[in-house]
Write a protein that binds this ligand. Structure first.
Ligand code: FAD
Length: 555
């Protein structure tokens, strides 16, 4: 299959799915939907995947970015989830080594905090045990002195000691994209900016959907034998299109993260902490020049598309970080970016504290045959997908007697870019081709084995070897690659998900957006009005985010 994944393949795929009904139609291009499409296509099921905005634009691109067993879940006794997630951590480190990286976490213990040293040590033994001692490394406990040496800016008052344990950190939006691309590589028809608006039924049974291409406004039908609703926080809205008045399955909770300059907070590495404000487990995560602090966990019942951070969320995160790093004295003016996502958690009656709502997933089928999958974790997407596709296979078998492969080899086959485990080797190859080591490392971290394809664009067309702006590592060639092979269709797709500029750059990279828009216009054949609209769309996202950081006027 051609590695192209672009406006052109999108058009061809939309035409193909409208012309010949797929066996399986997946609604939602987050990690759940893209994982399902990848698994199903690999088993030979004729699959279509539709995403209303961009791959990873929902919850999946707003996570804490951890591929983790879930240390805090041990407190709730969710051992099965930790066991499964630990196995998946191992799998993802193997199939996407460029996107999922091992990370050491320091967990300090202070007197008067919610956790004692003994309880932490017991938890970490269990954590390593549930990973069959095959985690990146086994944890180790640290004396007070060793903690101070590792993180000199940590609050030393009442510090008793701590431990170092291991998990992995990923590029969440690019992991979603890699699955969408792998699905297409295996034959799926894949389109972003295509929203399902209603269902078509015959004799009460689902026959297909009416979709809207949100780029040109065209509406058309896509018929399918099986339709799966994998829309995360939007799952109930889609279920209600199928069955008006159906009881909700979800209890969505909002999670906010913010980024501050790493030098301002002064953390050396990743830190897991219990917030001194309410004892919740939180993370301080280095990410390039910034450190991400998160997350909150509060009930949310509004429109999933409008979820946004509030001043209270920002105050909570800054106060928690300041309590652990007292010299930082972070204030809202230090925040580079802030964003919110919605956990699609399963409804539990509503009385449980948000942190204790189970993170497991559920699959339900409506009377008309709509299959909904929701809940779960970014980390466990692959096994959720396999379980869901088992059900789809059974339904297709009942329909026409066909036999479908019992499993897709998704645990061993690399995701696009993940074909070589030794990333240093890739860096050295690029350096040999006269790239600087920094530039080579930057490309390998993002594109893995495809870094050479990006570099070749730059070698062949020297203006593309220029960065988007001076001092920024992102090359112009990347935008071209993203349009041709990663279906970047807007300035926001580039700035918010395919590069981390929205969250890492102090000005959200606004000064480089005309260059991005110009490159996309050339690739996608935009007229000036379309180019201006795409630029304005991104600036509106930036403006909205900055509003969250502006304190309301005094009454
Ligand atoms: C703050 C936060 C931190 C988290 N941190 C972690 C973590 O560190 N590790 C971890 O493992 N998990 C984490 N999670 C959980 C994880 O992110 C989610 O479980 C997962 O991303 C859900 O993915 P999804 O595909 O189900 O939903 P989404 O990613 O929201 O995808 C649903 C998609 O459906 C699309 N859609 C909606 N309506 C339509 C329609 N009508 N037509 C077509 N498409 C439609 C949306 O645009 C969206 O892209 C976190 C969650 C949050 C909120």
């Amino acid at each position: 299959m051609d590695p192209a994944f672009s406006a052109e393949t999108r058009r061809t795929d939309l035409d193909a799915m409208a012309a010949t009904p797929p066996d399986l139609l997946v609604i939602g291009g987050g990690i759940t939907g893209c994982g399902i499409a990848r698994d199903a296509a690999r088993r030979g099921i004729r699959t279509a995947l539709l995403e209303a905005v961009d791959f990873g634009s929902g919850t999946s691109g707003r996570s804490t970015r951890l591929v983790h067993g879930g240390l805090r879940y041990l407190e709730h006794g969710w051992l099965r989830l930790v066991f499964e997630a630990s196995r998946e951590r191992r799998v993802l480190l193997r199939i996407a080594p460029h996107l999922v990286r091992p990370m050491a976490f320091l967990f300090p213990i202070h007197a008067g905090g919610r956790l004692s040293r003994g309880r932490l040590a017991a938890g970490l033994w269990l954590y390593d045990l549930l990973a069959a001692f095959r985690n990146v490394r086994v944890h180790r406990t640290l004396s007070r002195r060793a903690v101070r040496k590792a993180e000199p800016q940590l609050r030393s008052k009442d510090l008793l000691g701590g431990a170092v344990y291991y998990d992995a950190c990923c590029d969440d939006a690019r992991l979603v994209l890699a699955n969408a691309r792998a699905a297409r590589r295996d034959g799926a028809m894949v389109a972003s900016y295509t929203a399902v608006r209603s269902f078509e039924k015959a004799a009460g049974q689902l026959r297909g959907v009416i979709v809207e291409d949100t780029i040109d406004g065209r509406r058309f039908a896509v018929r399918a034998h099986v339709t799966v609703n994998a829309t995360g926080p939007w799952s109930d809205a889609i279920r209600q299109l199928d069955e008006p008045g159906v009881a909700p399955m979800l209890r969505p909770t909002k999670g906010v993260h913010l980024a501050v300059p790493r030098a301002r907070l002064g953390n050396a590495g990743a830190v897991t902490m219990t917030s001194p404000l309410d004892g919740r487990v939180m993370f301080v995560l280095p990410w390039g020049e910034v450190t991400v602090v998160g997350t909150t966990d509060t009930d949310y019942d509004g429109d999933p598309g409008s979820v946004a951070p509030t001043p209270d969320d920002i105050t909570y995160l800054l106060r928690s970080a300041n309590a652990l790093f007292p010299d930082a004295r972070l204030a809202p003016a230090d925040v580079v970016a802030v964003w919110a996502g919605l956990r699609p958690l399963l409804r539990d009656g509503g009385a449980t504290p948000t942190a204790a709502v189970p993170r497991e997933h559920r699959i339900v089928e409506s009377g008309s045959g709509l299959v909904t999958i929701t809940g779960g974790k970014l980390t466990t997407y692959r096994s959720m997908a396999a379980e869901l596709v088992d059900l789809v296979s059974l339904k297709l078998h009942r329909l026409d007697g066909r036999t479908i492969a019992p499993r897709a080899p998704t645990a061993v086959e690399p995701l696009p870019g993940g074909e070589v485990a030794d990333l240093e080797l890739l860096v050295r190859e690029l350096v040999k081709e006269r790239l600087s080591e920094d530039a080579a490392r930057h490309l390998v971290d993002r594109y893995g084995t495809e870094a050479m394809a990006v570099a070749n664009l730059a070698f062949r067309d020297s203006p593309l070897a220029e960065p988007l702006a001076s001092g920024v590592p992102v090359l112009r060639a990347e935008v071209v690659h993203q349009a041709r092979r990663e279906m970047a269709l807007s300035v926001s797709d580039v700035m918010m998900r395919r590069t981390p500029l929205f969250r890492q750059h102090p000005s959200q990279g606004t000064e480089m957006t005309p260059v991005v828009a110009g490159l996309l216009a050339r690739e996608l054949g935009w007229n000036p009005a379309r180019e201006a609209a795409s630029l304005a769309g991104y600036l509106a996202e930036v403006q909205q985010m900055r509003q969250a950081l502006t304190p309301p006027p005094a009454p």
